[in-house]
Design a protein. Structure first.
Length: 190
């Protein structure tokens, strides 16, 4: 049996063309798949960025909600303070009309002196209220009361002063002093 070389060469050439065509098609497919994989990587980067931006937006929304809540609370406090101030103004106007100037000054002095023992925030509020009351009613404060009022919102509180009536020796030489002011000695005698 004789082999026809021409047929063999044709078959070989045809097989080569087919395999080279298949190789070219597979190379194109390989490049296409590589392009798809790069697109998927870019998509991954984009979704991570979107997730990060969504988290930031959510945090900002939460912060904005907290700030809105805080603003609402401040508005409510402000309204309450305005209401108190209006009531105080009405009250002060009524008190000023009904009381003599001396009685108002006496009441203000008592109020300011009692307020010295309060926290700084309350002392500041008391100072503002008294000043508004005085200005609204055209009251002139005596110098000592004005000085006391001016220093009311200072950070340092005044030292407490206790006045004791009686003879120092009577108080010092005895173990205790009754609430009625009577002293008892070591023997329990009066």
């Amino acid at each position: 049996m004789e082999i026809d070389f021409k047929v063999l060469k044709d078959w070989r050439d045809e097989a080569r063309r087919t395999l080279e065509g298949e190789q070219e098609r597979l190379m194109e497919r390989y490049e296409q798949i590589g392009t798809y994989l790069k697109a998927l990587e870019v998509t991954d980067d984009l979704t991570r960025e979107i997730d990060r931006l969504n988290e930031e937006a959510q945090k900002r929304d939460e912060e904005a909600d907290a700030l809105r809540q805080q603003l609402q609370e401040e508005r409510e406090r402000s309204q309450e303070l305005e209401m108190r101030l209006k009531e105080l103004s009405k009250l002060s106007a009524g008190v000023a009309r009904k009381s003599s100037n001396e009685e108002v000054l006496k009441a203000l002095r008592t109020f300011v002196n009692k307020s010295k023992q309060k926290r700084i925030e309350k002392r500041t509020a008391v100072k503002e209220m008294v000043l508004e009351l005085v200005v609204a009613n055209g009251i002139v404060l005596p110098e000592d009361l004005a000085t006391t009022l001016e220093g009311l919102d200072d950070e340092d509180r005044e030292a407490k002063v206790v006045n004791v009536a009686g003879n120092y020796n009577d108080i010092h030489d005895n173990r205790r002093v009754d609430m009625n002011g009577k002293t008892k000695g070591e023997n329990g005698r009066k």
